[in-house]
Design a protein around this ligand. Structure first.
Ligand code: UT7
Length: 322
């Protein structure tokens, strides 16, 4: 038994923050941001809009494209780093919106790898026969933990949500998932506070914000995402040329290009959306997947490699026959 992706959806808030907007507030330039990251704009959540609002939009689109009703869902897993509340968890908040109480619903936090982690867990529920309709969501409100006085991070992050529905299938499906973490790298990319510890004393701006040692994370991302390409291909006794589409975490175009090179995959076979929304953490892989499917590039039967790396450090991949 395999699990198969039977529906996808995504959501980006209406408000757009361009590189030119950031030029006015920070010592940066559109040219620098585009050249070093590939990002042109990010979408920013409206005042009064929440993580759950975005997750609901993406989830409803995925449920509709799967041709099912919310009450048919028997599992909800939400990957997020920016939940509305410490608890109840984001899975239950979303479940209440969808009006489908009863089934297990939970969230997990693995920073930008959170969607790959959530997908891997939901896949195991489906394979074990414990779920027939699993909703997997990545949703982030990173703009609320970005320090907009720090040019090294303010240019990178945006808000958004993406979702998939999984169902059982005799044919693959999700062929394999590969998850890793190394907590020894936690100082390279982290949020300055949390509900148990509170904000760092004397922190400016007040509240918890993202801090990142960008070039170190960049180097690790190129190395570890390259390595997981090799691991995924080897575990499935595949030739790299068998991969039809790379659907990577959208953090930096140069990292994506390095991974594509490792796969000997031309950039025309890579789904790139980073220019449109910057780094949306857990939302970025399902956002890119939904774009590639909806615009007709990714077709049924294509072989996809999904992958991501984020704070922790966590990283992971999924080999998927769409
Ligand atoms: O999703 C989790 C994974 N996260 C990532 O994958 C992000 C990984 N890191 C990156 O994407 C890149 O490291 C950045 C885009 C954050 C930075 O690019 P970089 O090429 O690694 O630049 P750098 O940090 O080595 O800095 C080069 C120069 C520095 O100036 P000096 O010291 O050479 O004079 C920085 O101060 O660029 C400067 N700089 C900027 N200049 C204009 C840093 N940020 C900016 C900026 N605008 N926004």
């Amino acid at each position: 038994m395999y699990s198969r992706i039977v529906g996808t959806g995504s959501y980006l808030p209406a408000k757009v923050l361009t590189n030119f907007d950031l030029e006015k507030r920070l010592d940066t330039s559109d040219a620098w941001i585009r050249e070093r990251t590939g990002i042109e704009r990010r979408h920013i959540i409206a005042d009064g809009e929440s993580n759950t609002d975005m997750a609901e939009q993406a989830a409803r689109a995925a449920i509709a494209s799967a041709g099912i009703e919310p009450h048919e869902l028997d599992l909800i897993v939400v990957g997020t780093t920016t939940p509305d509340l410490v608890f109840p968890n984001s899975g239950t908040l979303l479940q209440a919106r969808l009006g489908c109480g009863g089934a297990p619903a939970f969230s997990l936090e693995a920073a930008c790898s959170g969607f790959i982690y959530a997908l891997a867990i939901a896949d195991k529920f489906v394979r074990a026969g414990e779920s027939k309709r699993a909703l997997v969501v990545g949703s982030e409100v990173l703009s609320r933990i970005v320090d907009y006085t720090d040019r090294s991070t303010a240019i990178l992050f945006g808000d958004g949500a993406g979702a998939v529905v999984l169902a059982p299938s005799d044919e693959a499906g999700i062929i394999s998932t590969h998850l890793h973490a190394d907590g020894g790298y936690q100082e390279l990319l982290y949020c300055t506070g949390g509900p148990a510890r509170g904000p760092a004393p004397g922190s400016f701006p007040p509240g918890d914000v993202v801090r990142m040692a960008g070039s170190e994370v960049f180097r690790l991302a190129v190395t570890l995402l390259g390595r997981i390409v090799d691991e995924t291909v080897a575990a499935n006794h595949l030739d790299r040329s068998a991969i039809d589409w790379l659907v990577p975490h959208q953090a930096n175009l140069r990292i994506i290009q390095a991974t594509a090179k490792r796969l000997s995959l031309p950039m025309e076979r890579v789904i790139v959306t980073v220019q449109e929304h910057g780094n949306t953490s857990t939302a970025s892989v399902p956002l890119a997947l939904n774009v590639g499917i909806r615009d007709g590039r990714i077709k049924r039967g294509d072989l996809l490699l999904l992958q991501a790396l984020g704070g922790g450090i966590t990283w992971g991949s999924a080999l998927v026959r769409y």
